[in-house]
Design a protein around this ligand. Structure first.
Ligand code: XMP
Length: 319
């Protein structure tokens, strides 16, 4: 009989077999996938593993602290908190093409991981929380209109020059299975239930050029939106919810003066595995209340729209 406990034991056996007595670094993103991968690998090889949490300056409000605290409080896994926001945001300056943004981020991730692989005394392996849908999507989309839809994912092998071998213990699993495995490994429920967050982070929720100003506005609007969703008890019914800041300013009126601020789009979808998705049918009341809160509480936004595109034809993210 297939059980998650059996899967865990088998995965641990395979990790030990692959890694031997080598060192592994694991990129932590704060999402469920990389957290589960990290804990699983730690069970398999203990302190041969070092986790690297790369803060690329594209995280949500409070996210870095939350992830680092969760790991330090619950696990004895060596964890490096790498603040690389200058590096990433510097390289992204003036870049507005979505594919170039992703490639830039992917390249810098590789540089940063290589640096840390050397710093832990020569890690030979890089662990990632790649899931089955990531493997499929990067195959099925190749040759299509967006050739490297998840180019930073490195699914299918890392660039040669990196010289690190991949450890991807979740490659056969779907998201719901990863969550079950996370429970099996005893990860806190609050962590297991988190919405997925993409590796390129807020970069793909900020279409066009990324600026620190836009990122700050986006973080604040996103925090209000998620707070609304939690207050209304909807968080667990939704696969993913986030705000995208649009690359356009529009005219509004506040008191007796005109404003000229950014428009944003709210996104919320239901999905089983992220490969297809339906937009979430919020009530008009919820949407109205949320729009009012964002406009009142977030300086820099004066217009709120709701994205009612399902996937396909839309993607979940905006880039
Ligand atoms: P899309 O936008 O392709 O997203 O419909 C499907 C799921 O994948 C996540 N996503 C990514 N995750 N790196 C990631 O780690 C990426 O480049 C990336 N692009 C999309 C997205 O958040 C959704 O859960």
């Amino acid at each position: 009989d297939w059980t998650m406990a059996g899967y865990r034991d088998e995965a641990i056996r395979r990790i030990r077999e692959q890694v031997g007595d080598g060192k592994v670094i694991c990129g932590l993103s704060g999402g469920v996938d990389s957290s589960v991968a990290a804990v699983l690998i730690h069970e398999a090889i203990g302190d041969q593993l070092t986790c690297v949490f790369v803060d690329h300056g594209l995280l949500r409000q409070g996210e870095a602290e939350e992830v680092v605290t969760m790991f330090r409080d619950n696990y004895n896994i060596p964890l490096v908190h790498a603040d690389e926001s200058e590096l990433f945001l510097g390289a992204l300056k003036g870049v507005s093409d979505p594919e170039t943004k992703r490639k830039t981020i992917g390249r810098l991730f590789i540089d940063v991981f290589q640096k840390h692989a050397a710093e832990v005394g020569g890690a030979e392996f890089l662990a990632q929380g790649t899931l089955y849908p990531d493997v499929i999507e990067s195959v099925s989309f190749s040759g299509g209109p967006s050739v490297t839809i998840k180019s930073h994912h490195n699914v299918g092998g890392l660039p040669e020059k990196m010289g690190l071998k991949l450890v991807e213990p979740l490659r056969e699993l779907f998201k719901d299975e990863v969550r079950a495995l996370g429970r099996e490994l005893g990860l806190p429920e609050r962590f297991i239930g988190r919405h997925p967050f993409p590796g390129p982070g807020l970069a793909i929720r900020c279409p066009g050029e990324i600026t620190r100003e836009k990122l700050e506005i986006l973080r604040r609007a996103d925090a209000v939106y998620i707070d609304q969703i939690r207050r209304h008890g909807l968080y667990d019914d939704i696969w993913q919810a986030f705000v995208a800041i649009l690359p356009v300013r529009t005219v509004g009126v506040m008191g007796d003066s005109r404003t000229y601020d950014y428009a944003c789009a709210l996104r919320a979808v239901t999905s089983v595995d992220g490969m297809t998705a339906d937009y979430y049918p919020f009530t008009h009341e919820f949407l109205g209340e949320t729009a009012t809160r964002i406009i009142n509480e977030v300086k820099g936004i004066n217009r709120v729209t709701y994205d009612i595109t399902s996937k396909p034809p839309g993607t979940i993210e905006w880039e």
